[in-house]
Design a protein. Sequence first.
Length: 80
Amino acid sequence: MKQLFCDVCRREVADPVPGRSFFFQAQYDLCEDCRDDLEKAMKYTVRTKRPFDSGWYDSLVLDTIKAGIARKKIEAKASR
Ligand SMILES: [Zn+2]
C-alpha cells in the first residue's frame, strides 16, 4: 500500500482515502486535521476581506498552506 504523508504536519495518513482521510489542496496533501485547520484559518481571513475574489482566495490558500508547512501546523491568523 502506498504511504501518504501530510505535507503540513508530516504525519502518516493511515488508510488514505481521497476526500475523506486526506485532501489534495493547491498541490499539497493535507490530512483531515490540517484541512480543518486550513478551513478555520480561511474562514477567519475571508470574513475580513471584501469583495470575495477567487484570485486572492487561491493565493491565500497557498500562502496559508506554505506558512503551515513552515510551522508544521496551520494556524488561524488571529490579529490580537
Ligand atoms: Zn496534517
